[in-house]
Ligand binder design. Sequence first.
Ligand code: KG4
Ligand code: ZN
Length: 347
Amino acid sequence: MTSDAYTLGNATILGIESSCDETSAAILQNGDLRSVVVSSQFFHDKFGGVVPELASRAHVRSMMPIVREAFSRAGISSNDLTAVAITYAPGLMGSLLVGLNFAKGLSLGLNIPLIAVHHIEAHIFSALLESEKPSLPFIALIVSGGHTLLLCVRDVGSYEFLGETLDDAAGEAFDKVGKMLGLEYPAGPQIDAMSKEGNPEFVKFPRALLGESNYDFSFSGIKTSVLYWLKKQSDVTVEMRRDIAASFQRAMVDVLVSKAVQAAKAHSVRDIVCAGGVSANSELRERFKNECTRHGMRFFVPRPLFSTDNAAMIAMLGALKLERGHIADLSLTAMPRVPLAERPIVE
Ligand code: KG4
Ligand code: ZN
């Protein structure tokens, strides 16, 4: 199947995202992104993680200005909208509700369709925001703060579950190891930057489940190894911190890339998409690009703005769903946990 599968109709869609700690709005018109505005709640860093109640309150404060800014940058008004697409799951209940209720109000007031978007499904199709598009079927590796999921994507809405993390999500491992290294939340981007100056061969951290015949991941062992290594030192220098960051990142990248490439080979699939916050990692991108070239595969990753949480991907999946007639109604509720594809039951 070619990228014709992604034909988008003539529609002007407002996408809204508020599932965690980013308030974002975007406008997609006839498949072209006209604007995207993202407001990140940096104040969570002093708590070492997202505080749900503070996150919802911040969404309440920023929702209206962010949506107004998206309209203003796109040069359109609410009367030009064909539909509103909203993240309804998964995420923090209070945060999801702020966006969902706002979107319901717009849908009702403007008499336009409401489109329900699953956040992880939107990460998969964030790759379509770039000009080079993957062909179906493709392998998708979603690596974010809450998820690590490997899927074979057959079509929009058709996903074969391959594997997931058995403990921490990849982003969570970056954030926890970052905390051990004295970094602020979220630590992923800082570990990425520090690793550029560090020695990735300094410590050989464990690569769990590598070479196993399944596609599951486990990151708790590597996290514990970093902790024990740090505890053993009487003094941890700045240089050592960089080397540990680089060694940790190397282990993470080894596992993520090799499992995805192995899945593509086993399914005779040529294209691999990596999305979610951790896909912004520079070593992960570089290694994926090189390994895919080496195996005659193609690698797709959205630019960092579209890798982390944003509403452009919500508008994009909204457009694909609208084209397929997938419209929600006002009974739509926010759901903190909804798996995108279930682990198959093995008899
Ligand atoms: O997808 P996302 O923005 O939010 C969730 O849905 O979770 O992902 C956030 C995660 C955080 O754990 C953050 O540390 C990680 O993505 N992250 C990175 C990088 N940029 C963000 N991890 C490694 N390297 C990066 N450059
Ligand atoms: Zn996300």
